[in-house]
Structures are given as structure tokens and as C-alpha cells.
Design a protein around this ligand. Structure first.
Ligand SMILES: Nc1nc2c(ncn2[C@@H]2O[C@H](COP(=O)(O)OP(=O)(O)OP(=O)(O)O)[C@@H](O)[C@H]2O)c(=O)[nH]1
Ligand SMILES: [Mg+2]
Length: 418
């Protein structure tokens, strides 16, 4: 999305749902879509909702609504319509032709914001990958449509199937290239992480819904100046900072990209390298915005992603942030543990958060016994480099080592566990 002559791009947003969908959810999602448009640098000049019996294959929405939208586009001089529903390639094309204006869906809007925010080499590669992955199925739709173009006739001409095939191949090749480049970035990051693991530095990851205050908390906790702003997806690239916790010493804490309802799957796929920073953290800190009226829904979205990403077994601290902006009664309704109420703005609750973080680190280490056969005895040297060997028992079949390991180390050494 881009502004012309410093004027924000004018946008109409369209909420779509079926009669069976709860109307308040369609409304909430549409309000969030408006915020996304704002974050992308656009100005919402119109907002409509259509409830359907069933989705229309050609244009998703009904023909009456298409007409109504056409007039709205003309009257408001808007240049973009965003539909709060996944559009197939041909639906986008048909709507684009009917409305005489650019038409995109929620995923494409989020990808646009990510494209604007990407700063680092890795971030840019990941966004490009996500866009390619997003484009591919839409092209398949267009390409399949082009088969019928072989019938010929006015209005049926377009790029031939060979041109589209060529484009598809080019995209596939580029995807391969990007994935290779990302692999290299990942390896470098892996080395950093191995160094941290070797030095046994406990790690935390701040995760949560976009705009909950993760970056602000990181700044306050570590006296940093990471970009934090009242916009969705202010953060894209992960930032890791050191934090000193009395009793346990130095730890690291990572701030990363926020989550949102209907986060495009291609983004999750493309941002695997970024999300890996959180995957490898020992402890997760789920930051929520207590002042947000949709707190419960936002928590559900994040909880679901935690499960989907396979982080469900990690220790989790719940942080209810922005207490300064929420009525006190809201705190009384929270039944989640362990939890803490904070304000990154006033600094309230941060000492308590650090205390919780310390407690979780102390809980991390577990006593384990690892058994190495004589052939694998050389591995004990490697083990001794990451943790002290508390006791060694030798037998003709092998050596039993008593050690204390964090969950991450435990998964790395699980094949030697008794
Ligand atoms: N009132 C109040 N505002 C806060 C608090 N914490 C953060 N904010 C504001 O909330 C907005 C979002 O903060 P960020 O720290 O950028 O949020 P984030 O979770 O990093 O967001 P993304 O990077 O977009 O996912 C900013 O305008 C902050 O100033 C708080 O405790 N109280
Ligand atoms: Mg942030």
C-alpha cells in the first residue's frame, strides 16, 4: 500500500460471513481489519458487511453488494478494497474488474504491512517467501481458468497457459533460492544459540498478540530502545537482549513478531526462522493487553498458535500488561496462573515479573541420569561442556552420568536417558 502526494491511500473494507457465523465476530474482525489498514498507511473511507447464505464462486460476495461497492468506490475515489475473507485468484480478478479498483484480502494486507516493516536481510527474505507462497495457489486458480480460455473469443484472451506456467516455474525457483539463503541465516543464528546454550544462559521469549506491549516491556526490562508503536506488527525481526536476574544471573530475552487472528499460514511457514528464536527459548512470556475489550479472544488466538507451533510443553508466564489503562475489576476476573499484572508505561509489576522469571528459571533444571555405552563414552566430554557431571558410575557395559539439564538440553540428550 502506498500514499500518493503524502495523502494516505483511500480504502473500503468489507466484512463477509455466513448466516451461521456470529455477527459480533464478523464486526470485531472488521474493526481489526480497519486497524490493519491504518497500520499499512491507508485511510478507511467506507466499511460494509455482507451476510450470505453461501459464498458466490465468482465474486465471493453477491452481485447486489458488488454494485453497491462499485458506487461507493466511485463516490469516495478509493483505490483499494480489502475483503475480510480469503479470495481465490479468479475471485480477486473478477472483483477487480467489476469494481474498477484494486481488490485484496486480509492475508495480502498483512503481507503488505510485513513488506513495509521488513528491515533486515532475513526479514526481507522471509516476507518475499511469504508473498511467493501466497501468490502460488492464486496463480494456480488463474492458470486453471486459462485452460478454458483455449475456447477463445473476445474477453477470453489473456496470458497463455505457457506464460503462466513459466511464471509459476520462476516462482518455484525463487522460492527454492530464498529457502537456501534463509538456511544460511538460520545456521548463523544456530551458532549464536549454541554458544548461549554452552554457557547455559536461560532464555525467555516474549510472545503475544500484536500491539500487546511486548517491545515496550523488553525496553523497560532491559533499558533498550527497540521500536514500539501503537500500530499492528510494529516488530518484525527478532531482537535478543541480555537481562540480569538476581539469584540466577544473566539471561536472554527475545522480542519477536506478534500474532493476530487469521495469521496467514504462509507467514508462519516463511517466518519459521524468526519463530525459531521463540521455539528455542526455555520459558515463554505471553504478553496480553488487559485494556483490550477482546482480551479473551486474543488470548485464545495466541494459545492456539502456541499449540500449533508445538510450544505447549514449555513453561509459560502470563503477563497482563497495560494495567494503567484498564479498570481494576478486570484483574479480578483473571484466573490464569502463573500471572502478573504490569504496565510497561509506568513500570508497575515489573519487579514481580522478574521474580516470576527467576522462579521459572530455578524450576528449569531437572536431575537426570544419562547412560553412555562404551562406544559412546566420548559423548561425555561434550556433555561436561554444557553441564557439570555430578556423579559418574562405571560398569562394564557403559557409564551412567548424573546431571542437571534444562528442558531444551533434555530434548537434545533424550536418547541417552534411562
Ligand atoms: N497505556 C499503556 N500503553 C502501553 C503499555 N505497554 C505498551 N503500550 C503501548 O501500546 C502500543 C504497542 O506497544 P508495543 O510495545 O509496540 O507492542 P508490541 O506487542 O511489541 O506490538 P507488535 O510489535 O506490533 O506486535 C504502544 O503505543 C505502546 O506505547 C502499557 O503498559 N500501558
Ligand atoms: Mg513489538
Amino acid at each position: 500500500m502506498h500514499a500518493t502526494n503524502n495523502c494516505p491511500e483511500k480504502v473500503i473494507v468489507v466484512g463477509v460471513g455466513l448466516k451461521s457465523d456470529p455477527l459480533h465476530e464478523i464486526r470485531e474482525n472488521l474493526i481489526e481489519l480497519e486497524e490493519l489498514v491504518h497500520s499499512a498507511g491507508g485511510e478507511v473511507v467506507g466499511s460494509v458487511i455482507q451476510i450470505l447464505k453461501k459464498y458466490q464462486p465468482h465474486t465471493l460476495i453477491g452481485s447486489g453488494k458488488v454494485q453497491e461497492l462499485f458506487h461507493m468506490v466511485q463516490d469516495s475515489h478509493c483505490s483499494l478494497v480489502v475483503i475480510d475473507h480469503q479470495l481465490s485468484g479468479s475471485q480477486a480478478k473478477n472483483l477487480n474488474e467489476a469494481l474498477k479498483c484494486k481488490v485484496i484480502d486480509r492475508s495480502q494486507l498483512i503481507l503488505d504491512i510485513f513488506a513495509q516493516r521488513a528491515q533486515t536481510y532475513e526479514g526481507k527474505l522471509q516476507v518475499e517467501l511469504a508473498q511467493m507462497l501466497d501468490q502460488l495457489p492464486r496463480m494456480v486458480g488463474g492458470w486453471l481458468g486459462s485452460l478454458s480460455r483455449q475456447a477463445g473469443g473476445i474477453g477470453t484472451r489473456g496470458p497463455g497457459e505457457t506464460a503462466l506456467e513459466r511464471d509459476r516455474r520462476r516462482i518455484h525457483e525463487r522460492i527454492k533460492q530464498i529457502k537456501k539463503k534463509l538456511e544460511t541465516v538460520k545456521k548463523n543464528r544456530h551458532q549464536h544459540r549454541m554458544k548461549r546454550q554452552k554457557n547455559r544462559i536461560p532464555s525467555f521469549a516474549l510472545i503475544g498478540y500484536t500491539n500487546a506491549g511486548k517491545s515496550s516491556l523488553l525496553n523497560k526490562l532491559t533499558q533498550s530502545h527497540v521500536y514500539a508503536k501503537d500500530q499492528l506488527f510494529a516488530t518484525l525481526d527478532p531482537t535478543t537482549r541480555q537481562i540480569f536476574l538476581p539469584e540466577v544471573g544473566n539471561c536472554v530475552i527475545t522480542d519477536t513478531v506478534g500474532f493476530i487472528h487469521k495469521l496467514p499460514t504462509q507467514l508462519i511457514e516463511a517466518f519459521k526462522a524468526t519463530l525459531e528464536e521463540s521455539s528455542n527459548a526455555d520459558i515463554l512470556i505471553h504478553v496480553m493487553d488487559l485494556s483490550n475489550p477482546h482480551l479473551e479472544k486474543q488470548k485464545r488466538v495466541v494459545d492456539q498458535l502456541i499449540d500449533e507451533l508445538g510450544w505447549g510443553s514449555k513453561p509459560l508466564i502470563h503477563v497482563y500488561n497495560k494495567v494503567d489503562a484498564a479498570p481494576f475489576e478486570k484483574q479480578l476476573h483473571i484466573e490464569t496462573f502463573p500471572r502478573v499484572f504490569t504496565s510497561a508505561l509506568t513500570g508497575r509489576g515489573l519487579e514481580q515479573l522478574k521474580k516470576l522469571m527467576t522462579e521459572e528459571v530455578q524450576k528449569l533444571k531437572q536431575d537426570v541420569e544419562l547412560f553412555f555405552s562404551q562406544e559412546e563414552a566420548h559423548k561425555i566430554f561434550e556433555l561436561s561442556r554444557i553441564t557439570p557431571i555430578l556423579k559418574k558410575e562405571e560398569s562394564p557395559s557403559g557409564i551412567l552420568c548424573h546431571v542437571q539439564l534444562s528442558p531444551t538440553q533434555m530434548s537434545q540428550w533424550k536418547k541417552y536417558r534411562l
